[in-house]
Each structure stands twice: as C-alpha cells, then as structure tokens.
Design a protein around this ligand. Structure first.
Ligand SMILES: Nc1ncnc2c1ncn2[C@@H]1O[C@H](COP(=O)(O)OP(=O)(O)OP(=O)(O)O)[C@@H](O)[C@H]1O
Ligand SMILES: Nc1nc2c(c(=O)[nH]1)N[C@H]1C(S)=C(S)[C@@H](COP(=O)(O)O)O[C@H]1N2
Length: 163
C-alpha cells in the first residue's frame, strides 16, 4: 500500500493557536484514494524541526509521498522550501510548476508560492500551500500523476513493463 506522511508547517498550529484544517484535508483526500497515512505532524516553522520531520517520514517511516502544507510564501517565517532543499537528493520541478500554473488560472497570487518538490530515497516530497482552499486546488492536479511517479520510483511500473 502507498504510504503518506503529512507535515503541517505552522507556528500558530504548533502553539495550538489554530486548528489545523489543511493537514486534515490532505489526509481525507489521500485516504479516499486508498493511501495509508503513516503520520500527520504539526511542526513550527523552524528549519531544523521541519528537516528532522521530513527525514523521519522518509527514512524511518518509509513514506512514499510526503506532503508539507504551509510556509511557502514570502513571510520571514516561511521556511518550508529551505528545509526541503536540505533533504532532497533530486529536484522534481514539474510537480510544483504544474501546481503554480493551474493555481495561477485561479489567482495571480499563486506566483508567490516558493514551493519545491524532490526525491529522497524512495520518497517524493511536495510542498503545498497553507490554506485549505489552495490545498484542495493543488491536490486535484497532482495526485494522479504522483501515483505513477511512486510506481516508477519504487520499481512497480518498470516491473509491469517487463512482463
Ligand atoms: N493548517 C492550516 N489550517 C487552516 N488554515 C490554514 C492553515 N495554514 C494556513 N492556513 C490559512 O492559510 C492562509 C495563509 O496563512 P499563512 O500565510 O499564515 O500560512 P502559513 O505561513 O503557512 O502558516 P503560519 O502563519 O501558521 O506559519 C490563511 O488564511 C490561514 O488562515
Ligand atoms: N491553488 C492555490 N494556490 C495558491 C493560493 C491559492 O489561493 N490557491 N494562494 C497563494 C498564496 S496567496 C501564497 S502567499 C502562496 C504561499 O502560501 P503559504 O505561505 O500558505 O504556503 O500560495 C499560493 N498558492
């Protein structure tokens, strides 16, 4: 079964000052698609905390897909892309290009997303925006192609092609 990790990057959420909706929304969307959620964690916007949470989900929990939500904008505490860059081994720019392109059709503010995406080992990491509305809009675009991406990364698709 495909395994998912979810990290909510939010100072307010980590202090209990805001009820998380975006991580919960990602969970419900991926579960509906048959994924198993290994962990949903709310982390403050500190780079070392985000980095460690990403590494645990990839290397210890073996998540095929890791979504972060929040912390991709221009505010001084938006650190999610910087933490992600520390842990990925190969960039996957097409995923976030598609997100920005489709989001731009809805709001020009989509160009303010600094989200990145990349591969670490057998895990694909994708930065999503913070608002639940933006999460829903982006998930609609990327989830299906990502299933194929996981299959290629972990070898299933290549196995199928050989048979
Ligand atoms: N986990 C979340 N659940 C619900 N709404 C959220 C969440 N994260 C962000 N939002 C909403 O998204 C919009 C963008 O917020 P903001 O720029 O503060 O997000 P952020 O920088 O990702 O989060 P934070 O300020 O907590 O670190 C706001 O309307 C905010 O209420
Ligand atoms: N689909 C979609 N993407 C979107 C938006 C949106 O409303 N819909 N908002 C944008 C805005 S206003 C910002 S500032 C950036 C970064 O958001 P974050 O700081 O919450 O991660 O995501 C962008 N991406």
């Amino acid at each position: 079964m495909r395994r998912v990790g979810i990290i909510v990057a939010s100072d307010q959420g980590a202090k209990g000052l805001r009820t998380d909706e975006s991580g919960a929304l990602i969970r419900s969307i991926v579960e509906e698609e048959g994924f198993e959620v290994a962990k949903l964690e709310i982390v403050s916007d500190d780079i070392p905390k985000l980095r460690d949470a990403l590494i645990e989900m990839a290397d210890v929990l073996g998540c095929h897909l890791i979504f972060t939500t929040g912390g991709t904008g221009f505010s001084k505490r938006d650190n999610t892309p910087e933490a992600t860059r520390l842990v990925i081994e190969r960039e996957c720019p097409g995923i976030v290009e598609a997100m920005r392109w489709s989001s731009f059709q809805k709001t020009p503010k989509a160009m303010l997303s600094r989200a990145i995406s990349g591969i670490r080992g057998d895990s694909i990491i994708v930065n999503m925006p913070g608002s639940p509305k933006a999460v829903a809009e982006c998930m609609e675009v990327i989830l299906d192609p990502l299933k194929h991406g996981i299959d290629i990364l972990v070898g299933d698709a290549r196995e199928c092609a050989r048979k």
